[in-house]
Design a protein around this ligand. Sequence first.
Ligand code: ACO
Length: 319
Amino acid sequence: MFARIAGVGSYLPGPPLSNDDLKQRGVETNDEWIVSRTGIKSRHLADANCTSSDLALEASRKALVAAGIDASTLDLIIVATSTPDFIFPSTACLLQAKLGNHSAMAFDVQAVCSGFVYAMNIAEKFIRFGSHKKVLVVGAEVFSRILDWDDRSTCVLFGDGAGAVILEASENPGILASAAHADGAYHGILSVPGNVCGGKVIGDPFLRMDGQAVFKFAVRVLADVAQECCALAGILPTGIDWLIPHQANIRIIESTAKRVGIDMNKVIVTVDRHGNTSAASIPLALDAAVRDGRVQRGHKVLLEGVGGGFTWGAVLLEF
Ligand code: ACO
């Protein structure tokens, strides 16, 4: 029994905001700096009253339509997010209520930018075990909420959005191999080192990052896990039709593709127009490539992510 993608959907809030728009809003930056170091030209930012579950709902509705199923038939809902609506209940439960499903198991996965591949990895185990048959896997983020808009070295990098897939039990090939890892020793190079205690914010509630350390770590583990996943499936990286890496930075994506030996014309890139949407970035890119006709049924697609923790992982599937 395989876990097969039956439908994909995504949602981006509001109009795109260009690098010049950020400058107009008071960020001391310029288009040339951002584009040359990251490849980012624009991103979408959610309004103050829009939550991760709101974005997840829109993406999920599109994925359900694409799969041709009703939300009431889902038996598992997993939301990958680092920007949940509340401390609890989980964003998955809030999404479930909005979808009108009253019985599925529902929980969040917190693995930052690797969250979506972690969630796919988990969902596949439930399907292969035979206990669940229709699973909604979502990556949804309002990262703009945890950005320090006075820190130009981080605030220009991120955006908001959501992507969703429906995974179904199928005798036809779907997920062929998956791998996921973490090394908490690297927790300090990317974190939001704050919490709520006694009704007050303790520590620092904004995203902090050692950009160069993250860059080096990301390229190394993304290349390693791509090769690991291909080896598990018994195929060479050159046999992949599409690589869909986490969309953090075009230079990380290019360096990874080079190390793995995958040509850039087989790599889906959306970082230029979405920025880094953390757990949402991979399903957003997948949906874009499915809807524009690049990713087609039967294609071998490698999804891979890396994020705070540090966490990293990959999923190789036949679409
Ligand atoms: N606009 C203009 N100038 C800026 C900006 C900005 N937005 N941000 C920083 N600068 C300036 C700095 O102040 C510094 O100026 P100075 O030399 O006068 O002090 C100069 O640019 C160089 O700054 P560096 O930090 O050394 O620039 P670097 O070349 O390392 O690039 C970057 C920074 C883009 C963050 C890079 O380290 C990177 O891409 N790292 C990867 C991080 C990443 O993608 N993280 C995403 C989250 S993690 C994940 O998703 C896995």
